[in-house]
Structure formats: C-alpha cells, structure tokens
Design a protein around this ligand. Structure first.
Ligand code: PBE
Length: 307
C-alpha cells in the first residue's frame, strides 16, 4: 500500500518536472505554446505535419509543381492536400495562432506575406521555376471586336506592391469591388495612363474569367472597375476553375483573363491553348510560387523535408 503511494508520488513529481521543463523550453523559444521550435517531442517536421502539404484547388498550376516537387525531391511519403485558396489561408491562420508547423503551397503577391512572418523553402532543383510573370491573355479577334478594351488590356501592367494594397484591403474585410474602386480613385494617375486617349464605348458587354485566388480577385476587380467606369463596358467577371478560365478564352466565350501565370505555372494550359489565344504579355513581373512555411519552422529547403 505504502509502496503504491510512494510510486504515485514519484510519478506525479516526475510529471511536474517534465511539464515545467516543457514550459521552460517554449519560454526560451520565444513564448511558443505549440509543438514547434525546440519542443517537437522528438518528432521530425514530417511527422509533426503528418507528411501533409496544404495545397489549393486542383486546377492551379502550383499543384502540378508541388506534385513534381514531391517526385523530384523523393518525398514519396508526403501527400499534397487539395482544397482552395481560402481553405489554405484558413488552415495557415490556425497553425500560426497555435505556432504549429505547417507547409503550404504559396505564392507572391499575396497578403499572407504582409500579415505573417513566412518564408519560401529553397528549391535548388527549380521545380517551381524562375522569373515567373502574370500575363493578360485575350481571345482571338478581340482587337477588332473591342478595340478600346484591347488597347487598355494591352497597356495594363502594375506592381506587386500595388496589387498588395487591394489584396490587403479585401483581406481586412472590404468588399473586392469597393477595394478596387478605392484603389483606382486614389491612384488615378495610373488609371489615367492605362486609359488615356481611348474612346469609351456605350455599354458593350465584356467577359473576364478568373479563379478565386486572392491575387486574381484583386486584379480582376480592378480591371472590371476600369472597364466599366472609364471605358463604358458592362463587365461580367466569371469566377471559374483554372481549366475553364483558359478554355473560355480559347473558345471565345470569354474575352480576356489577367490571370495567366507563365512561363511555368500555367505551362500545360499554354501548351494546349497557345494557338487559340493572344498573349498580351506580362501585366506583372517578378512573381513567384513555391512551398511556404512560417519562419518559426526550422526547415529552409524542400530538401529538408526528406529527413
Ligand atoms: N496561383 C496564383 C495560381 C496562379 C495564381 C499561383 C495559385 C496557380 O497556381 O495556378
């Protein structure tokens, strides 16, 4: 009886010591409460995240690249989870709140890099490409059918910082159309330059296609605002999956998209449809895709996932 009691006390004290030392470790790591820096319970990063990479919609080019990365870096026990851009950022927010490790498919420009301390995992094999750009791609014959819109879309180019202003406003709760309008009004010099000397039309309809990626929600709402309020069009912005976004422009159902990530991210779509569309060139340069983690995650390279 006494022995049992003593054992219980020893066990309880041991548990208390373990608990205290666990708190000490997280204190040293900067107030972590989660299972991250320094307090991993001996688990590898892969084990901590159940060997899951949090992806987005299956049609996104970044999903193909992420699957290629799994292949090229020998990450055969890893799974790429399908979802959406919104589900991915929700999962990211939750992980960061509890300082848990997480690996996502990420891209720039994106508001998440302003809101959180994140880093790209290095990609020595360049599976996610280099020098990526966002292009404006239009249907064949657009120049003749809608010369005003064509001229504007041909001139349209901006920076990731500019897009970031709209993205952040939307993320903070502003309606996308309102955020685009506010941006256009406070940057009228930019809008003036894109539309100078273009003769507006009288309510012609114009169709844009895009996917619900945060970057493309920002750009498409801006294009819609300018086409409607500066050039007199009545715009329909179709939110679809990546495949239909490209197919629509290729078969002429849609007039334009400003969401073509080239040369790598949408290489498949480009190869399939390049003869059926017209590429108006980059509307933004210096964009990027890859695997992204919160800065508190110890891995620095995709190669580190293989441990
Ligand atoms: N993205 C954002 C897209 C293009 C724009 C990187 C998520 C994609 O992967 O297809």
């Amino acid at each position: 009886m006494r022995n049992k009691k003593t054992n219980l006390w020893i066990m309880l004290s041991l548990a208390a010591v373990l608990l205290l030392s666990a708190c000490g470790t997280s204190g040293n790591a900067g107030g972590n409460t989660g299972n991250t820096a320094g307090n991993t319970g001996g688990k590898s990063l892969g084990e901590q995240v159940k060997h899951e990479i949090i992806g987005i919609d299956p049609g996104a080019g970044i999903m193909k690249a992420a699957n290629a990365a799994i292949e090229e870096y020998g990450l055969s026990d890893w799974t790429l989870i399908e979802g959406s851009g919104a589900a991915m950022t929700a999962t990211l927010a939750k992980a960061i709140k509890s300082e848990q490790p997480i690996i996502i498919t990420g891209w720039t420009p994106h508001w998440m890099f302003a809101k959180y301390d994140l880093k790209y995992l290095e990609d020595p094999k360049k599976v996610f490409g280099e020098a990526e750009e966002i292009h404006t791609v239009v249907r064949k014959g657009l120049k003749e059918a809608h010369p005003a819109a064509y001229e504007f879309l041909d001139r349209f180019e901006w920076t990731s910082d500019e897009m970031g202003e709209i993205m952040t406003a939307i993320q903070e709760g502003q309606d996308p159309a309102e955020a685009a309008k506010a941006w256009a009004e406070s940057h009228s010099d930019r809008v003036d330059a894109w539309t100078a000397d273009i003769q507006p039309v009288d309510g012609d309809t114009f169709k844009l296609s895009y996917v619900a990626w945060d970057s493309e929600i920002a750009s498409t709402n801006l294009l819609q605002y300018v086409l409607e309020n500066r050039l007199g069009y009545k715009v329909e912005a179709l939110q679809v999956e990546a495949g239909p976004m490209w197919t629509g422009v290729a078969n002429g159902d849609v007039d334009a998209t400003a969401a073509a990530w080239l040369p790598l991210t949408h290489a498949d779509y480009w190869d399939k449809f390049k003869d059926q569309v017209e590429d108006l060139g980059a509307n933004m340069t210096g964009v990027r895709t890859g695997l992204v983690v919160p800065s508190y995650v110890e891995a620095n390279s995709i190669e580190d996932l293989n441990q």
